[in-house]
Structure formats: C-alpha cells, structure tokens
Design a protein around this ligand. Structure first.
Ligand SMILES: Cc1cc2nc3c(=O)[nH]c(=O)nc-3n(C[C@H](O)[C@H](O)[C@H](O)COP(=O)(O)OP(=O)(O)OC[C@H]3O[C@@H](n4cnc5c(N)ncnc54)[C@H](O)[C@@H]3O)c2cc1C
Ligand code: SF4
Length: 328
C-alpha cells in the first residue's frame, strides 16, 4: 500500500477544493472498497479526503420522491421504514449485500462507486484494459465465469458495477444529485450514470474529477411500491450476484399497467431492460408473459466460454422475481 496523507473535510466546498488540483487524490467514506483496492496496489492515492462529516445525510420525502443522502449507511437505508414500505426492491438490494458489519460501515455513495470484481482487474500481475488502457483483456479467453454477457466489448467484459443497490435504483428511475468544486449541482439518472466499456473501459461513469455524489432520489410510483429484488449467488450470504433482478409491476384488473425491470450480475452496467418492460406492459401477469419478457431481456446476450450459463440463469431469475412480485 502506498503512503498517503489524510485529511477530513467539513463541507462540500472544502472537500471538492482539496481534490481540485490533486489528480490522484480520492474521497474516502466507509473505506470498505477503496482501502482493499489500495492494499492490493490497484489504486494509489497520495491524499485521502474523508467526507464522513459532510451533511449529505437524511432520508426524507420530497416532491420529487424519497431523497437519501449519499453518506447514509447501507443498513440504515435498507432498514428504514419508508424504504421498506415504498421501495421494497431497494431495501432488499441493500440487505442482501455484503455482511452486516460492511453494511454498517459502507455508504450509499461508496456503494454506487464500487468497482468490478473481475479477478484480472484485481491482480496487478495481469494485464487489464480497465486498469492499464491498451494492455489487453485476459478475461476474454480466460476465467470469465462471473463476468458480464450484456453490453460487453472486445476491450472489457467486466460487470463494472458488481453490486446490488444500483440495479434496484436503475429499475426504479432513481436520480443522482452531483456537486462540483464550484458548488454547482446537477441531476443524473442512474440509468445514465454508468458507461458501457466500448473501447474505453477505464471510464466507468459520468462523474467529473472531484465531483461528489450528494444524494439519490427515487420517485414514488405504484410499480415501485410493488417491487422486489431477487439475487442468485454461489452461497446464501456474503457473495456477489451471479444474476439478479429488480422488478416493479403495477397490475390493475388483470393487466400490467406499468413495469420496471433491471438485471444485475449479467451486464457491463446495471442493466435496465426496456425490452422486457415493453413485453410486460399491457399484458396479463402470466408465466407466458414473464417468459417472453425474460427472453427479450437476454436477446442481445454475448456470452463467452465460461459464462453462457448466465443466459438461462438470468432468464429464470427474472421470471421468478416477476412471479414473486405478483404473489404467484
Ligand atoms: C467482502 C465484500 C463483500 C461485498 N459484497 C457486496 C454485495 O454483495 N453487494 C454490494 O452491492 N456490495 C458489496 N460489497 C461492496 C460494498 O457495498 C462497498 O464496499 C461499499 O458500499 C462501499 O462504500 P464505502 O462507503 O465503504 O466506500 P469507500 O470505499 O469509502 O469509497 C468507494 C469509492 O467511492 C468514492 N466515494 C465514496 N463516497 C463518495 C461520494 N459521496 N461522492 C464521490 N465519491 C465517493 C471513493 O472515493 C471511492 O473511490 C462488498 C464489499 C466487500 C469488501
Ligand atoms: S474484463 Fe475488463 S476488468 Fe476484466 S481483465 Fe478484461 S479489461 Fe480488465
């Protein structure tokens, strides 16, 4: 691990000001993923700016929806009654993640910015286009059993975001509030926050250097209230998703009025499936409809040698999640 300086910021202005002229400096919140990456020699930061004192706190109703401060902890958000009642998929995505200890340390902002679990990325002995642009992607022909099948490229097939929360946030149209060093805020939908790898897998999201995640806002909707998050993994706890599905349905008089679908574990980014939503909307909530939606969601899958099993796994996960949400 490299030597680094540490400082604590008490305001957004101070925090962004510290990073403004320091190319390699980084914010630290819970530190549960950043310190791992530094210890493994994947990231080096001469300066860490602690943002835990920033006032990005609170879980409150606003006219745009439920606003959650970026410094709130995963457990606190997952267990909050408003989240449990209005956005069950968000609550479940948080409480099925990591371990209780990690969830008590880890912040919402840090969760959104966690990085891929691709083994080659996390081992500096290997080349990796995401870590060292242009060095190659050994995962294309190597061990790719837990990597992505949707939105991948010849440069990178990683799940750049391997976690759970952003899958539920993508499904439910959540919007991030970001703030730069001039104190200017902007809103970015979670579905537009992450970037596909293309030929530049090192660029993972639209965050500008030094920009902070301030909050996430989730709009209220009937399909959000009737939502669920289903996660399939190699063991029952403390593991990342091989495939997951966040779904929300508004069903009235035997017809699906609105549907929201996002997949985790299979996409180069949290994978919102508008194709599946189109199949579901206006149809009856039957197994045949759910199967057709799952087929549509995976129609563009590009599996490699060891991850072809994810096509069927993701389809079955989505069907099961849809059945769960209608109580079938
Ligand atoms: C063993 C293990 C298992 C895990 N399992 C899961 C799982 O199953 N599902 C899941 O979703 N996650 C899982 N995680 C990931 C975990 O959720 C993240 O480590 C955690 O959410 C990161 O939050 P943090 O506050 O500790 O971030 P930090 O480590 O402090 O920061 C992470 C990154 O975000 C940046 N950052 C943090 N906050 C902000 C902000 N507000 N604005 C701008 N930049 C910011 C930091 O500079 C850093 O680059 C696991 C982690 C571990 C170690
Ligand atoms: S899949 Fe992406 S992260 Fe993994 S080795 Fe290839 S370029 Fe690196």
């Amino acid at each position: 691990m490299n030597n680094f300086s540490y400082t604590q910021a008490t305001s957004a202005k101070e925090a962004t000001g510290r990073l403004k002229d320091q190319d390699q400096a980084a914010y630290i919140a819970g530190g549960t993923t950043l310190l791992d990456l530094m210890k493994a020699g994947i990231q080096e930061h001469p300066l860490l700016v602690d943002i835990n004192l920033l006032p990005f706190k609170g879980i409150e109703q606003t006219k745009e929806g439920l606003r959650i401060g970026a410094m709130e902890r995963m457990n606190a958000v997952g267990e909050h009654p408003l989240v449990v009642q209005q956005f069950p998929a968000v609550s479940q995505s948080l409480l099925l993640a990591a371990s209780p200890q990690l969830r008590n340390m880890a912040s919402i902002g840090g969760n959104i910015l966690q990085r891929t679990r691709c083994g080659y990325f996390r081992d500096p002995a290997f080349p990796c286009n995401k870590r060292v642009p242009g060095s190659g992607c050994p995962a294309q022909t190597g061990d790719n059993h837990n990597l992505a099948i949707l939105g991948v490229s010849e440069s990178c097939i990683a799940n750049a975001y391997p976690g759970d929360l952003s899958v539920a946030l993508s499904a439910l149209d959540a919007v991030l509030t970001l703030e730069n060093h001039k104190g200017k805020q902007r809103q970015v939908p979670v579905t537009e926050f992450y970037l596909l790898p293309g030929s530049t897998p090192q660029k993972e999201n639209v965050l500008e250097p030094g920009e902070l995640i301030v909050a996430v806002t989730i709009p209220q909707a009937a399909h959000a209230q009737r939502s669920t998050y289903l996660k399939v993994r190699e063991r029952a706890s403390y593991a990342y998703a091989l495939a997951s599905a966040a779904v929300g349905l508004d069903v009235q008089s035997g017809t699906i009025r609105s549907a929201r679908v996002a997949l985790g574990g299979v996409g180069a980014q949290p994978w919102r499936s508008r194709e599946a939503e189109r199949v579901l909307t206006g149809a009856p909530p039957t197994e045949a409809t759910f199967r057709a939606a799952a087929k549509a969601a995976l129609q563009d899958a590009r599996p490699r040698e060891h991850n072809a099993y994810k096509v069927e796994l993701a389809q079955n996960t989505l069907v099961r999640a849809l059945q769960q949400v209608v109580g079938a």
